[in-house]
Design a protein around this ligand. Structure first.
Ligand code: IPM
Ligand code: MG
Length: 359
């Protein structure tokens, strides 16, 4: 049966990079028997401009029906003055929570061809292969109460709430352990248990869950400040990292730079049924939008994750990853990963090269 994929280009460089990823999907459909149909809808600032809201009901309805969603990026300076409750980012957060996409997988793999593009010394990052498992529908991102209130003395005070229930912690730690079982069986849980009760509970629940259900997994714990330092100091010590929404947001940007460019990192956001939304971890990069220079590889690699996790087609996922490797071998580079002796290309040429390398 044909699978339905909803394409949400979004804002900034979103439409440019998604165009290249759609080319890859179309090539797999036309040349490799991938049975898919694609639909497109509005999200983020593009949706605000057209309909007044960042996540129109029509988009949400299509997303609910789709087997998988491919998203570019949302946000940009032209919407920054809007109230936070109706900004483009709310479209993305609404999709994540509305579809129950609690498990965000952010693999950070250093392609050997890009060792020189990292800001870290090659020996620190060579062979890097870690996965950050970020909880995506809880924490301070969604906790109530939240807002800005005026105190009795007339001063305003902003407040947000960090919250996690035991079941939310257990289900994300399970995802991390299941992934670790296919790897080196090591999970590092990141928290701030020395200061925050919420994450003290996180540590306690993670410890007892792993003891009960995953005795074969080696679980360690690290405070988030130390984890940030260790990621740039000795990143290869990690196998799988599991953490909450806000810590995962921050640590995954740091991990991205280990791989040379944030333009290389794909992600999968999965719900309990395995349905997923796939997106690059980078943002809408308004500074380079419309210039045709954005790196489409994170989005193309997100399609590979879609094939692997939601469409159950590992061979075609491998094919995309091999194609990306070949293109990097051939020396083509977008500006973000450019190094001496390589050939600079734009977004479209990079996408075309990957399509050609699929053959
Ligand atoms: C990410 C992004 C989003 C987040 C923004 C755009 C809301 O930074 O996916 O990491 O904070 O989760
Ligand atoms: Mg982020």
């Amino acid at each position: 049966m044909s699978k339905n994929i909803l394409i949400l280009p979004g804002d900034g460089i979103g439409p440019e990079i998604v165009t290249e990823a759609v080319k890859v999907l179309a090539a797999l459909r036309d040349g490799h028997g991938l049975d898919i149909e694609m639909d497109e809808a509005l999200v983020g600032g593009a949706a605000i401009d057209a309909t007044g809201v960042p996540l129109p009901e029509a988009t949400m309805a299509l997303a609910r029906e789709a087997d998988a969603v491919l998203l570019g990026a949302v946000g940009g300076p032209q919407w920054e003055s809007l109230d936070i409750s109706v900004r483009p980012e709310k479209g993305l957060l609404g999709l994540r929570s509305g579809l129950g996409l609690f498990a965000n997988l952010r693999p950070a793999i250093l392609y050997p061809q890009l060792a020189g593009a990292s800001t870290l010394k090659p020996e620190i990052v060579a062979g890097l292969d870690i996965v950050i498992v970020r909880e995506l529908t809880g924490d301070i991102y969604f906790g109530q109460p939240r807002g800005v209130r005026t105190l009795e003395n007339g001063e305003r005070q902003g407040f947000n709430t960090m919250v996690y229930t035991e079941s939310e912690i257990e289900r994300i730690v399970r995802v991390a352990c299941d992934i670790a079982r296919k790897r080196d069986r090591r999970v590092c849980s990141v928290d701030k248990a020395n200061v925050l009760e919420c994450t003290e509970l996180w540590r306690e629940v993670a410890t007892s869950l792993v003891k009960r259900e995953y005795p074969d997994i080696e679980l360690s714990h690290m405070y988030v400040d130390n984890a940030a330092m260790q990621l740039v100091r000795r990143p290869k010590q990690f196998d799988v990292m599991v953490t909450g929404n806000i810590f995962g947001d921050i640590l995954s940007d740091a991990a991205a730079m280990l791989t040379g460019s944030i333009g290389m990192l794909p992600s999968a956001s999965l719900n309990a049924a395995g349905k997923g939304m796939y997106e690059p971890i980078h943002g809408s990069a308004p500074d380079i939008a419309g210039k045709g220079v954005a790196n489409p590889l994170a989005t193309i690699l997100s399609v590979a994750m879609m094939l692997r996790y939601t469409l159950g087609n590992a061979p075609l996922a491998d094919r995309i990853e091999t194609a990306v490797n070949r293109v990097l071998d051939s020396g083509l580079r977008t500006p973000d990963i450019l190094s001496e002796g390589m050939t600079e290309v734009g977004t479209e040429a990079m996408g075309d090269a990957v399509v050609a390398a699929l053959k």
